[in-house]
Design a protein around this ligand. Structure first.
Ligand code: PLP
Length: 398
């Protein structure tokens, strides 16, 4: 197979070689259980705590307890677990309140859980988005009332990269006595996060989106909150998340966070330059395309582009023949030919929503990758439009 050009980094990322090296000793040499009394296992606990601090640094969390532990960071198995745990804990902390405010464009980690909670008697308010994927703050203000237990709004959308004003929304939630959670799975490591400067109560992230392995995540819980776990069992994570720690992956996530923090400023510049090169190049070469999302408040690595009058899945299949990996929506909706819930919430016309491709970049992409897409994609679009009845009709009608 020819070399892969991987432009699907919002689905998952390559484990950084440095991360892999940091993890390596913890598989076959230092494999002890951090809860053990013996020092072979117990010494591993110090490495887990180091990783916790590395993540706290990435998230702008300065608090350390008397033992130097960043206690506001809890390790989880994934972003979805963090989302579920935060909402579950918030509902337990506000037992008399029955309303949950979220958005129509959240990941299923929030939306599916809210659907379940609706069946348990909660009222779910899904805030609509505007055509560029952003929220109308007046809607937000109206939706959060004195019956609201928790507000959950993502930091950045996985499909369009649109960034939401979460610090501002956290203040609005608190003004009504509600708690605030943000799903920062797509934001961590891509944009600056300074949690100490916000009122955010809960924040979830996932390792595999920032060059750590799959199957590890973090939930930040602001200190002082009476957190109620989702998973009960042993005493791990100060009794807030039972189950033997996924030590190797935790070490990897710590290293990945350290690298993300160190290179953040440079990567923001480099990734947005690559993204802009891609978008400008495609706009110059192809008619009837549109860039989706809030172009002023957007992740540097994400580009959602609608190629009107054709099917996104056909584009992906032809790109695949050239070893180019992209996505036609979120990873979870790929496989279905229906436009994703995000594009539907934005009200994209049918002919645009169906032809939408998400390119998501990482530090491992180069200008040569982008130039290859600019070479390969225009003829693909031309070929597909030639056989598209929608395109033919449009041409006929001028
Ligand atoms: N939230 C967002 C915004 C995501 O993009 C994803 C994964 O795509 C998740 C949550 C779920 O993360 P995980 O796969 O670690 O459960």
């Amino acid at each position: 197979m020819e070399q892969v050009i991987y432009l699907d980094n919002n689905a998952t990322t390559r484990v950084a070689p440095e991360v892999f090296e940091a993890m390596r000793p913890f598989f076959c040499e230092r494999y002890g259980n951090p809860s053990s009394i013996h020092s072979f296992g117990g010494s591993v606990a110090a490495d887990v705590e180091k990783a916790r601090c590395q993540i706290a640094e990435l998230l702008g969390v300065g608090f350390r307890d008397r033992d130097g532990v960043a206690t506001e960071i809890i390790f989880t198995s994934c972003g979805t677990e963090g989302d579920n745990s935060a909402i579950n804990a918030a509902l337990n902390m506000r037992p008399d309140r029955k309303r949950i405010v979220t958005t129509a464009v959240e990941h299923p980690g929030v939306l599916s859980y809210c659907k379940y909670l609706e069946r348990q008697g909660y009222e779910i308010v899904q805030l609509p988005v505007q055509s560029n994927g952003s929220l109308d703050m007046d809607d937000v203000k109206v939706a959060i009332d004195e019956n609201t237990a928790v507000v959950s709004v993502m930091w950045a959308n996985n499909e369009t990269g649109t960034i939401f004003p979460v610090a501002e929304i956290a203040k609005l939630a608190h003004a009504q006595g509600a708690l605030f959670h943000t799903d920062a799975v797509q934001a961590a490591g891509k944009v600056p996060i300074e949690l100490d400067e916000t009122e955010i109560d809960f924040l979830s992230i996932s390792g595999h989106k920032l060059h750590a392995p799959k199957g590890v995540g973090v939930l930040y819980v602001r200190r002082g909150l009476r957190f109620r776990p989702l998973i009960w069992g042993g005493h791990q994570e100060r009794q807030r998340r039972a189950g033997t720690e996924n030590v190797t992956s935790i070490i990897g996530l710590g290293k990945a966070a350290e690298m993300a923090k160190e290179h953040l400023d440079r990567e923001i510049v480099e990734l947005s330059a690559l993204r802009d090169r891609l978008e400008k190049g495609l706009l110059e070469r192809i008619d009837c395309i549109r860039i989706n999302g809030d172009l002023e408040h957007r992740l540097p690595n994400t580009s959602s582009i609608s190629f009107e009058y054709i099917e996104g899945e056909s584009i992906l299949m032809l790109l695949n023949q050239f070893g180019i990996c992209a996505s036609s929506g979120s990873a979870c909706t790929t496989g279905s030919l229906e436009p994703s819930h995000v594009l539907r919430a934005m009200g994209l016309p049918y002919t645009a929503a169906h032809g939408t491709i998400r390119f998501s970049l990482s530090r491992y992409n180069t200008q040569a990758d982008i130039d290859r897409v600019l070479e390969v994609l225009p003829p693909i679009i031309e070929r597909l439009r030639e056989i598209s009845p929608f395109w033919q009709e449009r041409q006929k009608n001028g």
